[in-house]
Design a protein around this ligand. Sequence first.
Ligand code: GUN
Length: 287
Amino acid sequence: MTARILDGLALATSVRGQLAERAATLKSQGVTPCLAVILVGEDPASAVYVRNKVAACEKAGMRSIKDSYAADIDPAEVFARIAELNADPEVHGILVQLPLPGHFDEDAVLEAIDPSKDVDGFHAGNIGALMQGNPRFIPCTPYGVMKMLEAEKVNLKGAEAVIVGRSNIVGKPMAMLLLAQSCTVTVCHSQSRDLAFHTRRADILVAAVGRARMIRGDMIKPGATVIDVGINRLPDGKLCGDVDFESAREVAGRITPVPGGVGPMTITMLLANTLEAAERTLMEKTA
Ligand code: GUN
C-alpha cells in the first residue's frame, strides 16, 4: 500500500481564504482583528516562527504587533507589556513565543495573559476548559491536526489513537481533542517501555517528539493515518519529521509530509483563534 499524502498547504490555503473573508467582514464593522506577538531572545527557530505568524496575519487582512526583547531582559518588563496589551481593546490576541530564556517563569508568563486573548490556548483556565470539553481556545497545532482529520473524514469514533509525545503544546491537548471525538487514546513518551507495541495498534498515530525519523514503517499498523507534527533540521539543513516518511508511506493509509503537512495548519489556526477573539469582542459590544 502507498499512503495518501495529506496536503496541509492546500487545506491551509483554503481555510485562510475563508478567514480573510471573515476578517474583511469584521473590518467593515469597524473591528480590525489584531494579534500581538512577544519574542524574547535570539533563538533562530523562534524568530522564523514569529516572522511567519506576523506575515500570515498581514496576508489575511489582520493587524499584528511584534515586540522583541533581548534574551537578558528583566521579566518585569515583559509582564508590564503583557498588562498593557491585556488592557488594549484594539488587541484581540496575545502570544508569547516559547521557549523563554531560563530566568523566566514560563507558567507565570502564560498566566499573565488575559484568558480571553490567549489565542495559543496555553492559560491554565483555557486548558481546564479544554479538559472539560468546552474549549475556549484550542492550542493551534492540535487544532490544525483535528481540522486535517475532519477534512479527510477520518473515522474517529472508537478508533485507537496513539500520541507519541506528552508536551503541553501538542501531546496533552491532542489527547483531549481525540478523546472528545471518542477515540481510545494512548499517550506514549520517553519512558514508555515498548513504543512499537503501542504504535502498531494505532489507527491514528500522532508523532510529536522532536526526534528525526524515529517512527519507522515497521512501527505502523497497515492502513493507519499517520500525523507527523515533528519539524527537525538535518545536518544538511533540510527539514524532516518525527516519522521516517519513505518507509512509513509504504504501510500507512494516510500520512502528512514534512514540510507541507501540519506546519501550515498551525499558523492557520492561530489566525482562526485571533479572528474568533475579535468576533467575540464585537458580539459583546452589540449584545
Ligand atoms: N513554540 C513552539 N510552538 C509554539 C506555539 O504554538 N506557541 C508558542 N507561543 N510558542 C511555541
